[in-house]
Design a binder for this molecule. Sequence first.
Ligand code: DMJ
Length: 469
Amino acid sequence: SKVAKSFFLLHKVMLLLMMKHAWDNYKRYAWGLNELKPISKQGHSSNLFGNIQGATIVDALDTLFIMEMKEEFKEAKEWVEKNLDFNVNAEISVFEVNIRFVGGLLSAYYLSGEEVFRKKAVELGEKLLPAFNTPTGIPWALLNIKSGIGRNWPWASGGSSILAEFGTLHLEFVHLSHLSGNPVFAEKVMNIRKVLNRLDKPEGLYPNYLNPSSGQWGQHHVSIGGLGDSFYEYLLKAWLMSDKTDEDGKKMYYDAVQAIETHLIRKSSGGLTYIAEWKGGLLEHKMGHLTCFAGGMFALGADGAPSDKTGHHIELGAEIARTCHESYDRTRMKLGPEAFRFDGGVEAIATRQNEKYYILRPEVIETYMYMWRLTHDPKYREWGWEAVEALEKHCRVDGGYSGLRDVYNNHESHDDVQQSFFLSETLKYLYLLFSEDDLLPFEHWVFNTEAHPLPVLHKDDGNKEENQK
Ligand code: DMJ
């Protein structure tokens, strides 16, 4: 096993070099801007963050820390101290800013103990509070952080807020209350729970759209991928992060999984388990790359499942991992498409041109990491390494790492974006996959949906009050 350990040490060195390549090029060509365009070698700004700058720096802080890239962590910290500024006239996505900036700052604080990160996280949390000024307290999707005026995405079902957006604030907001001593953050997210609990759910499922003014569901579309995904993840993780005291989160999670199994999970004729999308009672036999995170979620939740279901939830996680691996293996580039279908004679293959892209997303690797930690089946490390080789071959360019327009093509067509989640999630989950289980052990840490680790608030740490709020 000494030999095995040094073998995996080499894998970790490789991942560190990948992080260094992504970071050094960001630093060289896009320092202080949100993301890097690795082909044109310049900055990329996404309107998700408005005028807030430095998304890659804040998203990467904890990965730099975990990989012990001390110089780089120090320069990132100095940039945050001097330049990270929330007093800007900017309309931002509440969800994106929460998961990447608040989450990134909180993790950086908990890992390093540096006060500046705590201060900035709380300051940003305060800026997000006006988003909750709606008749129901279900927050707006978009907020101008200067004027405090919010609104929803114009395309979202009759002015609705999105389940995966307002349902993915819980972990960070509980920690903001914990660190600031101000209960308002936790109160805001507990109220979201209350509103959801009062509503009737079609077939026990949660629609993706909820109107913040009327408090009624919009279109009855249900997804464990985009628009729904991390809502379910946060129910489970809220319970785990509360040291298993948040019974409400627990019940909501296992009830939801039950309904998902009954109405959305299917097996293809070739024997692949997949999670379909539900549109007013009709199934669309399509699974998104985003949905692949659910394999890890099912496995992580196996332990708390009603007694006869533990093995079943692990098995479900393993089946989703296998299906998602197939979606990678059935492409030319061995990286998975944005969405793949189980209809019209295909299984786990993208059929539409606009679903064939890969934008450096982490979900499949995330599921490998959870499955490895929870089963130690070596195939998950093998599959993770296949992804590393494919990333090196097809996504690595001189100026960093780029997404691909078509994973079925013989030749790379690069999309010229190095997403900040490549540094915060994809490379971190790969690094953890090849690390020992005692690096950020699950008993003490939960990962937010952007892979930022947040500590479990243990009952015996005198945190009981916060946990129960
Ligand atoms: C990330 O920002 C988060 O993982 C989010 O939950 C989904 N989208 C991206 C990665 O694909």
